[in-house]
Design a protein around this ligand. Structure first.
Ligand SMILES: [Zn+2]
Ligand SMILES: [Zn+2]
Ligand SMILES: [Zn+2]
Length: 172
């Protein structure tokens, strides 16, 4: 698994599933077996995966799902922001951040930091960016329905060259 040596990914993964369960309960959504399976398959690493990779991962442990059922589950997970679509890679990323997306209401902008070296993707919380984008759009008389920014570069682990010496404390 990519970049997952720095933290306890089992904890991170089960926390993400637990949060999805909790939010489904709160919002009256159904996390069906199929949807959960797809979410868990995505959560095997922090790199975005294609629908076919998701099918392969599920097939390692259970019956291979049909493409249509995986796409349906992905539609649900993306629509309710349990996962995000990374357009430039035609891939999907489970949401592991604690920023607590609401599944309804105006969409906050999403920012993804995509590592060109190891393929990992990190979701950033752009608190200030929402207002900025709203002003930019308003100046053009434009009404945005969704904003997703994909930033390419090198992640902290790859910049450190795979060494585990104290990575700069850059998180907010
Ligand atoms: Zn993790
Ligand atoms: Zn998210
Ligand atoms: Zn990297």
């Amino acid at each position: 698994m990519l970049n997952d040596s720095d933290h306890d990914h089992q904890v991170c993964r089960s926390r993400a599933v637990a949060r999805a369960e909790e939010r489904c309960r709160d919002e009256g959504l159904r996390l069906t077996e199929q949807r959960r399976q797809v979410l868990e398959a995505m959560l095997e690493s922090h790199a975005p995966v294609s629908a076919y990779e998701i099918m392969d991962r599920i097939a390692e442990k259970a019956r291979r799902p049909s493409p249509i059922s995986v796409y349906r589950a992905l539609d649900f997970l993306v629509a309710h922001r349990f996962a995000h679509r990374i357009e430039s890679r035609n891939a999907f990323l489970a949401c592991i951040d604690e920023h607590g997306h609401a599944s309804s209401g105006p969409e906050a902008p999403l920012v993804f930091l995509l590592c060109e070296e190891c393929g990992s993707a990190t979701e950033a919380e752009p608190a200030e960016l929402g207002g900025l984008l709203t002003r930019i759009a308003a100046a053009e008389g434009f009404s945005p329905s969704a904003s997703v920014l994909e930033v390419r570069g090198l992640c902290a682990a790859c910049r450190a060259g795979g060494h585990h010496h104290d990575h700069s404390h850059s998180h907010s």
